[in-house]
Design a protein around this ligand. Structure first.
Ligand code: TXA
Ligand code: MG
Length: 326
């Protein structure tokens, strides 16, 4: 799917200050040379993202952390050793040279070594850090295929590396290690129990005055169609009532009991969290594009292994209810 020549071309684009969309094991990223402020500015322009929202710097290996962080606490070393390359982002105190364009002017920087082979080939060929947010327009559902990236941005991105469907399907877990105690900033596939086991200490909830992280804004990851999360019984009732009134309704349910109603678009989602996460954004996109007035989502279990998924659904519901400033 991605040849050596494609990687060479992508590296050349990055070196000349252009944008490259590339697969990671979580979602697709929209990358630029992290040491080139003008290149990083293009990311914000293309995404429509406020300049104060910081980006993750992707690295080829943990050794490069020393170029970006001025302090690497023992807790960060433990997490990096265990989970890199992988779907974990660490927030550390930044090195002086790191551009404000990347950090949004904050004293910290977010770093991650992804595990997707194409991401690692690109990072290896490029040699430096690649600043990359998820490859979607600001506030929208992240892209898990190259096709979704192209549909988001059209011709605005010079180079899209197609590494197929991403594996995890939701964004990386973010842990802040710049303060006195490690804090979970964004839940992801690596859960709090696993992190705490490796850290050997409890994770603090994020501080109230923590730097703003767009992925942590209440409304984010939102489809355009209003989305509501509810119990299955209520979903069935609403689907029946609304379609009887002639409305088009979309549903994402885990319970495999699809009713027959005119105007109902239905996806039965996997009932196991890894598979659910893997398909979540593609399912939301498909339902969003079905031309319905509403997306009804069956509430997943509230247990720890569903935490990151419930987090994204809650934000999708909040985002679709108020789209004025996404
Ligand atoms: O899985 C992922 O993390 C994907 C792939 C492409 O790596 N990237 C991603 O980037 O989700 P983005 O920009 O959509 O989300 C990055 C999150 C944002 O919530 C951002 O605010 C937060 O990381 N962040 C970055 N630097 C930060 C910092 N210094 N302090 C606090 N939060 C930070
Ligand atoms: Mg994002």
């Amino acid at each position: 799917m991605v040849s050596e020549k494609d990687i060479e071309h992508a590296v050349a684009v990055l070196k000349s200050g252009g944008l490259v969309a590339f697969p990671t094991e979580t979602v697709y990223g929209l990358g630029a040379d992290a040491s080139n402020a003008d290149a990083v500015a293009k990311i914000f322009a293309v995404k429509g993202r406020p300049a104060s929202h910081p980006l993750i710097v992707h690295l080829a290996d943990g050794v490069q952390v020393a170029n970006w962080a001025r302090e690497v606490p023992e807790a960060a070393m433990k997490l990096a050793r265990k989970f890199w390359p992988g779907p974990l982002t660490l927030i550390l105190r930044r090195a002086r040279e790191v551009s404000d364009a990347v950090t949004g002017g904050q004293d910290t920087v977010a770093l991650r070594v992804p595990s997707h082979p194409v991401a690692l080939q690109l990072l290896g060929g490029f040699g430096g850090g690649i600043a990359a947010p998820s490859a979607n327009r600001h506030g929208r559902v992240s892209a898990t295929t190259a096709e979704h990236v192209r549909r988001e941005f059209g011709e605005a991105i010079e180079c899209v590396l197609d590494g197929g469907e991403t594996d995890v399907g939701i964004e990386s877990t973010i842990v802040d290690l710049s303060g006195t105690a490690p804090a979970l900033v964004r839940p992801g596939w690596i859960g709090p129990a696993e992190l705490q086991r490796v850290l050997g200490m409890p994770l603090a909830a994020p501080a109230g005055d923590a730097p703003r992280a767009p992925g942590t804004l209440a409304k984010h990851y939102a489809p355009q169609t209003p989305l509501i999360v509810m119990e299955f019984d209520l979903l069935m009732e609403l689907a029946a009532t609304l379609t009887r009134l002639g409305k088009r309704v979309a549903a994402l349910a885990m319970t495999d009991r699809r009713p027959v109603h005119e105007g109902l678009t239905w996806i039965t989602a996997p009932s196991e969290p890894a598979a659910y996460a893997h398909t979540l954004y593609a399912n939301l996109r498909e339902l969003d594009e079905a031309g319905c007035e509403m997306i009804l989502v069956e509430r997943p279990p509230q247990s720890a292994d569903w935490m990151a998924i419930n987090d994204r659904l809650t934000r999708a519901a909040a985002g679709s209810a108020a789209q004025d400033d996404t």
